[in-house]
Design a protein around this ligand. Sequence first.
Ligand SMILES: *Cc1c(COP(=O)(O)O)cnc(C)c1O
Length: 396
Amino acid sequence: MRFDSAEHPAILGGIPVRPSGPPSWPQQDSRVTLALQSLIETGDWGRYHGPHVPELCRQLAEYHEREHVLPCSSGTAAVELALRGVGIKADDEVILAGYDFKANFQNILCVGALPVLVDLDPLTWQLNPERIVPAISSRTRAILISHLHGGLVDAVTVKNIAETHGLMVIEDICQNPGARCDGRQVGTSGDVSVLSFGGSKLLTAGRGGAVLTNRTDVAERMKRYQQRGNEAYPLAEMQAAVLRPQLEQLDKFNQVRRDAVSRLERGLAGVGGLSMLQPPAEKVFPAYYKVGFRYDSECFGGLTRERFIAAVHAEGIALDAGFRGLHRIHATRRFRAADDLTEASLADTGMLTLHHPVLLENPAAIDEIVVAIEKISHWGGEIQRQSEHQGKKTPS
Ligand SMILES: *Cc1c(COP(=O)(O)O)cnc(C)c1O
């Protein structure tokens, strides 16, 4: 597919580039179908205890080279367990980026601690390790890092800082299971890492999560906390059974997604206005749950990010705003801002994220995204004028 400047964008009445809209998730997978059939035949679908949860944990431990894996009910529960596991208590402080998954902030509050927000790296829009040391106080106990939107936090540097200051590192790898960097699996630099098996994630069971660690003390504390005669945050046999074949194919699909992202990056470089947070590079093998971009309104004729998103949606593409900056959505008494959070504020208004399912489709689907963005780039000024005009016509 090629861009034709005579074609109107769908938001102005043209034909959408992808009339069928974004692909759904999860994709059809014959191995998952087999796993589900076998659950029915064996009756494992309805058992408290069966072979699948222990086997999944064994596979996850081996894959990440971690000794202990605690399965649980969600990534959010996993972060809470990790915080409790590293011993976070009331009035402790936990450092995290000013731009992060909202539940991470709330989990810190949930264990009675105070979130301390630090800014992002201006280049990658991931937590900036340089901001950590000035944020440390006598109450600081841990650093929570999330690798977001296909980017990677410099976890090795974070871990070195943490060791110098006697802090624990929790790594949120919910968005990048299977990513590798400098020959090492992402999620193995910190003391604990957490996975999500939520319905949109790369490894999905609709719900679920896991905590990984090499530290026996941390694993024991987490187990004791969630063991109440029964597990308080359980992962079901049914969930584990569908996750096992997905884990086995994770490397393969991550590579397909990386190739698609490389193609997308090449295509978008010619358009301008969307720059990727972290394209695949030498020794860096990201996993893409979302592909993060910074949006430059100037390159789209002054089109606001919100109107740009509406225009891309109209073309049938799942490109959305990123998270809100945590300092922008929480009362100031809930956290301590360790610095000016300039980049977190920019990410709050300028981040765009492409949802992953399209990356497994085919090269033509990637080219369609490029054509849609080109079309919107060409018509950006006009789309903005028309939406402002409509805004004025709407009675207040
Ligand atoms: C999805 C996600 C989680 C956990 O989500 P659950 O829906 O609770 O499984 C945590 N952190 C990040 C960065 C995520 O994207």
